[in-house]
Design a protein around this ligand. Structure first.
Ligand SMILES: C[S@@+](CC[C@H](N)C(=O)[O-])C[C@H]1O[C@@H](n2cnc3c(N)ncnc32)[C@H](O)[C@@H]1O
Length: 176
């Protein structure tokens, strides 16, 4: 039987309403913002050392709220270094909101955005079919692992795409 989370995804409007309601009622984004302010700078402290471009992969980036916060921290750590930010996001509506957010944000001149309208599994299958294994300096999966078919396999695949000094950030809501 499909899980309640998965059935939400088959109805994008209902999913987005539910997610917005969840954000309003929970302290989730507030907690994540605190993490981004206090701990992320240490996490990304060495990801771009010696790099001419920093490659960031966002998996399930949604409307980009957390992504842009992350990018601002990478820019603060590596001022002037170009950033290649690619987003794997299956919802066209979320991608459109993400693009609006980028358009309304200043100081993103050195950031190149690419959106892939597909799931994490579809990205892996496409890369495998095209015999590509692009490496990344920072990969993040924020509040999205609930939706993949096989969590360990997904984490293993994206972990294999990390550069030597790179980091993989996973954020999930805990039961408590
Ligand atoms: C709860 S939202 C989190 C969005 C954003 N990371 C944040 O924290 O604000 C989960 C996102 O994952 C996306 N998603 C759902 N299934 C996915 C999959 N199999 N692969 C990649 N992204 C997925 C959804 O469309 C949604 O934008």
């Amino acid at each position: 039987m499909a899980s309640p989370m998965r059935s939400l995804l088959t109805n994008p409007d209902r999913y987005l309403r539910s997610f917005r309601l969840f954000l309003e009622k929970s302290t989730e984004h507030q907690s994540m913002r605190e993490f981004m302010e206090r701990q992320l700078p240490d996490v990304i402290a060495s990801i771009g050392n010696g790099k001419s471009t920093i490659n960031v992969l966002s998996i399930g980036g949604g409307a980009g709220e957390m992504d842009l916060l992350i990018l601002s921290k990478v820019q603060a750590r590596y001022p002037g270094v170009p950033i290649n930010n690619e987003v794997i996001e299956p919802s066209a509506d979320q991608i459109s909101k993400y693009k609006e957010r980028v358009a309304q944000t200043s100081n993103l001149g050195k950031v190149k955005f690419t959106w892939h309208e597909e799931t994490a599994d579809e990205y892996e299958s496409r890369m495998t079919a095209e015999k590509k294994s692009k490496k990344w300096d920072f990969i993040h999966m924020i509040q999205m692992l609930y939706y993949v078919k096989d969590i360990p396999a997904t984490v293993r695949y994206f972990h294999s795409l990390l550069e030597s000094q790179a980091k993989l950030l996973i954020i999930l809501v805990s039961g408590t």
